[in-house]
Design a protein around this ligand. Sequence first.
Ligand code: HEM
Length: 511
Amino acid sequence: MFVIIAIFALFLCLIHILFNNNKKARLLKQIPGSKYNFIIGNALDFLKSPEQLFYFMREYYETWKPLNRFWAFQIAFVNVYEPHDIEVVISSTKHNAKSPPYYFLKNWLRDGLLLSKGPKWQSRRKILTPTFHFNILRQFCGILEDNSERLVQNVGKSLGKPVNIIPTISEYTLYSICETAMGSRLGEESKESQKSYKQSICALGRQFVYRITRIYLHSDFIYNLITFGKVKKDLDVVHNFTTKVIKDRKEYVEKYGINMFGVSDIDDNNVYKKNKKIAMLDLLITAQKEGFIDDIGIQEEVDTFMFEGHDTIALALTYTLMLLANHRSIQHTVIAEIDEIFGDSERQADLDDLSKMRYLERCIKESLRLYPPVPAIGRLLSEDVTLSGYRVPEGAYCHIQCFDLHRRGDLYKDPLVFDPDRFLPENCSDRHPYAYIPFSAGPRNCIGQKFAILEMKSAISSLLRHYELLPVTKPEDLKFTADLVLRTTNPVYVKFVKKEKINNISTIKII
Ligand code: HEM
């Protein structure tokens, strides 16, 4: 018996040495972080609910700033919060591959722009970059404004009552991305499939975090064995939805040709025909005709854009509206800016009007600082790098924690205060360019950032031309949960009340 125990103990010690005493482990041990456990390293730190994990990560930063690590079973996560370090990791294409947790999205987004790497990423980025060219954005303005008007009407049904803004806003952003990027309008008949699509996206997000927090599920083999059946249903819903979007657009292109010029005005569900507009999907369909991409490639990009282009903006809008509701004097300054642009005209905003909304833009930037919809960015190190004086080995996964970075007291005075003037040119000229990265930075930055700001300006200015926002949910009520995006576990409520104009000046009527 003694011999068996001794052999077993020896076996465990060997495993421990193998896992935790190799070159990579020795380098990582020098980086600050919680104590290693025998064999399992820091694996127990992860065994938390997504809600606990979110707040644990914040405490971890406070304890082990400005660089810390987790290490378990040969897997190293290094959390980065220092602008100089962030620049080392994301300013070039050297560390172009994403960190493995992203690949847990593979069944869903496959090899789309967010997940692809190397030459494939490069060629896709080249095909898709013109999507958000200034002239194309100009065309999108009318569509965004039409949708913003619909948002104003929807909100108008609940005046004076607390509105749970996330579902209302995400319907708006889903409509907008479908019409602008995919060129297809979601009709009433698609309400049920939209609902299932959004529910399945949330379910896939939760599944993603569940997998991250369970080290044993990091292996594809074990994950597929245990849980794949459960997510298959959601994957089918999401893929069927985007397959339909592509099919509709291809049928349209088949009917009217890829060149929109001179097409007739027959199909009311197609938003591009009248004004010769180009959708992202058209660039992909053109690229397919030229042999640069196949059917699967198109679906990958459509899935990626539909997900990236609606959930992120919905959250950004939610937090911005909540902040404006809670900061009435800032909100009134935004309203004054809008009044100055439109006077008593009820015309829709065009690109020039939206560009003039500089104070609103600062509010949006400040909201993205406090609540970055993508709270962390991950990369796989392709070679050793030095971060904050520590050597971090090739193969480690660097996680840039934007949420903590944006709340650093040494980078932002009174970091929890909502102060749009931080983004006045004179107040941010000395700021390190990698100290504020809600859209990431460098060659893999967010391809849709200009579009996102435009859409947010269109929605907020339309709402504030009709209503004033009153606070219900306060910033301190928000309960976050670890997820792909910065989600809360509780709804976010805002109250809308009708605004009246006397002599061109907005006045507030409380209902
Ligand atoms: C407020 C809204 C948005 C935020 C905060 C945001 C944020 C980000 C961030 C942080 C990244 C880098 C992710 C990483 O490297 O891991 C990213 C990438 C990306 N975003 Fe956005 N995004 C927003 C809106 C959009 C929109 C509207 C679209 C498309 C219509 C979009 C499409 C993408 C794509 C395709 C990538 C991958 C780019 C690449 O790797 O080359 N995003 N976004």
